[in-house]
Design a protein around this ligand. Structure first.
Ligand SMILES: [Zn+2]
Length: 350
């Protein structure tokens, strides 16, 4: 583990250093702090992967003027796509998860699909660019990958609307635009990338019970299969966000009653239904943390707005994975067990 990590750090430093010296005088001072020949280098506290990533984005921000949280958002969106489609997206970078296939990189009619020459790539309409200043556009270089995407996306301008336009032109998919915008808002709010913490949706000292009911036929609402886990609890038990995320949906749904949908940084959609009410300051577009109260357990749903009491109070919790063009429900039960144990352990430790 350690040698791998060290070699990754070293590689980043080398890339950054060569990039900075070649491209931008303003930020060379920053790179010296991490220059391996410098005695003051932070050898006692090696950079974490997320520190490395953040540095990479900040160095690119200095050159492209695209704020680091947009670069982080694009990279994380690409990572989420690779997670669900590992076979057709094999990451070529070291740290960055940006995937650009050969034909898009080199140009569809380029006879050399592994082309790294800037001029011929341009000639054949490829998008590959040189971001690290070595004179080559390499799909294996984090800086080349990030620079290629950011110059594409910022070609319309740096205002939010212009970035949205740039994202649309790059991905040709409005879901992708929304996802990157959401991720950028989350990173911007917290100012860092360590946002992997999760929480059980109910306080673990509340009275509740749940079983694995995913995929079973529903008792209510006809023939749809059950896309979630029902957590039975008393009316008014607090319901908490399970992840760092952004409120994508809040309001009434015929089946779900009062419900909230939260998008996390893996692109997962966390769905909380049948609430008796929402936390009153919560709004669509708000950024939330794991454990933050978003509403209360109830029995709303199966009818017009306000319908309640047609079934015992419970939280219906579902989780959906974004595959780029569609969303798929997967079984939240194993995650709920894991988060429950972790929260109980936290209670003991505090
Ligand atoms: Zn349910």
């Amino acid at each position: 583990m350690i040698p791998l990590k060290q070699s990754k750090v070293l590689l980043t430093l080398l890339l950054l250093t060569s990039f900075l010296f070649a491209n931008n005088d303003r930020v060379t001072a920053t790179s010296l702090t991490y220059n391996n020949t410098n005695q003051q280098v932070k050898t006692t506290t090696p950079l974490s992967i997320s520190d490395e990533k953040k540095q990479l984005y900040e160095q690119l921000e200095a050159v492209t003027l695209l704020p680091w949280y947009w670069l982080a958002a694009i990279d994380q969106y690409e990572r989420s796509l690779t997670k669900v489609m590992p076979k057709i997206r094999q990451a070529t970078g070291q740290i960055s998860a940006i995937f650009i296939d050969e034909s898009r990189w080199a140009g569809p009619l380029n006879p050399n699909q592994q082309d790294e020459q800037i001029l011929s790539i341009q000639w054949f309409g490829g998008i590959g660019k040189d971001g690290d200043g070595d004179g080559l556009a390499k799909r294996t270089s984090d800086l080349d990958l990030l620079y290629t995407v950011s110059s594409h996306i910022t070609s319309f301008g740096l205002h939010e609307d212009q970035l949205a336009n740039g994202l649309w032109h790059y991905y040709k998919n409005s879901r992708s635009v929304q996802r990157v915008q959401q991720f950028a808002a989350i990173y911007r709010q917290f100012g860092h990338l360590d946002l992997q913490e999760r929480a059980f949706p109910l306080p673990t000292n509340a009275v509740y019970s749940y079983k694995n009911t995913w995929g079973l036929n529903r008792s209510w609402g006809g023939k749809r299969t059950h896309e979630g886990t029902d957590l039975f609890a008393r009316n008014g038990t607090p319901v908490r966000s399970t992840a760092y995320g952004i409120v994508e949906i809040k309001g009434w749904n015929r089946y779900g009653g009062w419900r909230v949908g939260i998008r996390d940084l893996d692109g997962f959609y966390h769905y909380f239904a049948h609430l008796s009410g929402f936390e009153k300051s919560l709004n669509k577009g708000d950024i939330v943390k794991p454990g933050q109260i978003i509403g209360w357990v109830g029995s709303s749903g199966y009818g017009n707005p306000g319908t309640q009491g047609k079934f015992p109070p419970h939280l219906h919790y579902g989780i959906y994975s974004d595959r780029g063009s569609a969303e798929w429900s997967f079984d939240p039960y194993p995650l709920l067990r894991k988060w429950e144990q972790a929260d109980k352990q936290k209670r003991i430790n505090n």
